[in-house]
Structures are given as C-alpha cells and as structure tokens.
Design a protein around this ligand. Structure first.
Ligand code: UDP
Ligand code: MG
Length: 313
C-alpha cells in the first residue's frame, strides 16, 4: 500500500523543510510506503531550491514538479494528482496549518471502512473575523441554493481519498478549477471530520479578501447556470412592471392629463434599468468569458521541470 501526499507550494521556502520533517516524523513506523509530491507553483523565493535539496537528500521519496509561473493552487493540485501514484492520495498545505498526523488517521479510517472513498476535513471556526465568517456563510448558502452540487460548509481541500476518486477528478480537465465543487461533483462516499487549523509556521496567507471574492464567483459560475435564469427573470419582471406603468400613464393622460413634472421618476427608472442591464450583461459576460477560456484549450499548467525518484521495487 502506498500513500501520496500532494503539496502545493507558493513562496513557502521557510516551510517546506519543516513540512517534510513533520511528515517523516508522523509516518514513522506506519507500515506502508508514502511519497511527497511537491508542486512549486512558480514561487519567487527559494522554495524550488529547498525542494531540490529535499529531493536530493532522499530521506523519503520526494517528487518535485515546478511550474513555469504561478498558476494557482488549483492547478497545483491538478498537477500533483496526475503525478501521484499511491493507492491513497492526500491533499495538504505546505504551511503546517494542517497536521500530517491527521492524514495518518484519515488513511486508517479508509482502511477500516471500505464503504467510504474519501475523508474530508472541515475547519472548526478558526479565529477569523466576523465579517469573513459572514461572507463565507453567505457564499455557501448562495452556492448550495444555486448549483446542482451541495458543498459541505467549511469543507477544505484537506482530504484523503482513494485512487478511483483521483482518477475521476483528473477526468475533469476544466480550465477554471474550483476544487470544492469538483469534489462534490464527482460524488463518492465522503466522511467528514472536524479539524482545527494551526497557525501558519512561517510566511503569510496568499488569500486576500478580493481573491476570496473572485474564488467565490468562480465557484458559483462554474457549477451553475442559474444566474442566467435569474437574469431572464429580472428582465421579464421589469418588462411586466414597465407595461403596467405604461397603462397607468396612458389612463392618466386620457383622464386627467399629465403635468410636466416627472423628473424624479425618470431619473430613478433610467438608473434602475441601466443598472439592471449592466448586471445582466455582466452575468452573461462571466459565462462567455469562461467559454472563451475553455475554447482555447490551454493546459491547466506548464511544468518546466519534474523530478521523480527511482522506484525501489
Ligand atoms: N498556494 C499555491 N499557489 C498559490 C497560492 C497558494 O500553491 O497561488 C499554496 C500555498 O503554498 C499553501 C496552500 O496553497 O501550501 C494554501 O495557501 P494559504 O496557506 O495561503 O491559504 P490559507 O491556508 O490561508 O487558506
Ligand atoms: Mg495556509
């Protein structure tokens, strides 16, 4: 039996060695083989250099895939999955916020429960700001209402699954990858466990509020066409309202005549309708943009270097 740990790294120079050592300690005497598949996501610091050192040291089997530039964590996970060859595969961050010991428990769970294919960790509310919590909750309730897949609140990418799940995920070659949605879409029996994220050992988070917001939009647009339906509804409702108002104006004109004023109504209507049109064009634009991106059929990532190891067997 073999486990592959897929670890995307972006500017994690100070963390990769610690992470590697923590994995070696956690899996000491586990009784099965394991490998670490590091993806250097176009880091600008010494991450790649440090990864190469770990690869050369051969304390445990290490693969390194280095991207030609920063393609994002989602692309990193995809590349890692395609290079991982274990029967079990784990996705885990390089910053030690997610402890490798938990992975060992996840594997043990899958070994004991053949009915389950995946163990996913969800976060106990970490000390994040009220505002962020509010937006996260809002995001999950919107996406679960709009899309065909159901996302578990707070479920992270931190998970362990069987090879069959990895192969299913690899079949989804979409360019805009939203892994929370992809995991839900491929299905399989998933067991959820809570975990508490530790503090980052070094470096800073790569997520800003803006990035999270865009990620949320990616998730909604990527897994649902209902926003287009909403645009249709909005359009129909305004058209009906306009017709009713037209009748009102005609009747007013015929019965009592109309005094010239009406400035406020006009301004409000122009602004309202203009806003509504822009919103709907924006929604359509999001989809058209994705069709454009996908139709170019560009690869999800470009690897400039791949380091593997000699198989001992
Ligand atoms: N990461 C990556 N590419 C990116 C951004 C992040 O590979 O463009 C990696 C990062 O190195 C880390 C993981 O994704 O191992 C999670 O990132 P981070 O810790 O910044 O996210 P957070 O834990 O704050 O959600
Ligand atoms: Mg982190």
């Amino acid at each position: 039996m073999k486990l592959s740990l897929v670890v995307p790294c972006y500017n994690e120079a100070e963390n990769v060695k610690n992470f590697h050592d923590a994995v070696v300690t956690a899996f000491e005497g586990c009784g099965y083989d394991y490998e670490i598949v590091f993806i250097d996501d176009g880091s600008r610091d010494a991450t790649l250099h440090n990864l190469k050192k770990l690869h050369a040291a051969q304390v445990c089997p290490v693969k390194v895939i280095s991207f030609s530039r920063n393609f994002g964590k989602e692309a990193g996970l995809y590349a890692g999955l395609s290079h991982a060859d274990g029967e079990y595969i784990s996705l885990i961050d390089a910053d030690l916020q997610q402890r490798p010991e938990i992975v060992r428990d996840m594997v043990a769970y899958l070994e004991e429960n053949p009915d389950y294919d995946m163990v996913a960790a969800y976060q106990d509310r970490r000390g994040e700001s009220k505002l962020l919590s509010f937006f996260k909750k809002a995001f999950y309730s919107v996406i679960n209402r709009l899309s065909d897949v159901t996302l578990h609140n707070d479920a992270s990418d931190f998970r362990t699954f069987r090879r069959s799940v990895a192969e299913s995920i690899l079949q989804l070659g979409e360019y805009h990858r939203f892994s929370k949605g992809i995991f839900a879409w491929v299905g399989y029996q998933t067991h959820f466990i809570p975990y508490t994220a530790c503090e980052r050992v070094a470096g800073t988070t790569k997520w800003s509020f803006r990035k999270l917001f865009n990620y949320a939009i990616d998730g909604i647009i990527g897994f649902s066409t209902k926003p287009l339906r909403i645009a249709t509804y909005l359009g129909s409702m305004t058209a009906i309202a306009a017709l009713i108002y037209l009748l009102v104006v005609v009747i007013q004109k015929l019965c009592v005549g109309i005094d010239i004023p009406g400035y406020a109504t006009q301004i409000v209507l122009i602004l309202f309708l203009g806003g509504m049109q822009l919103l709907c064009i924006g929604i359509i634009g999001e989809y058209v943009g994705r069709i454009f991106e996908q139709s170019k059929q560009r690869p999800v990532y470009l690897a400039k270097e791949v380091l593997t190891y000699e198989k001992s067997e």
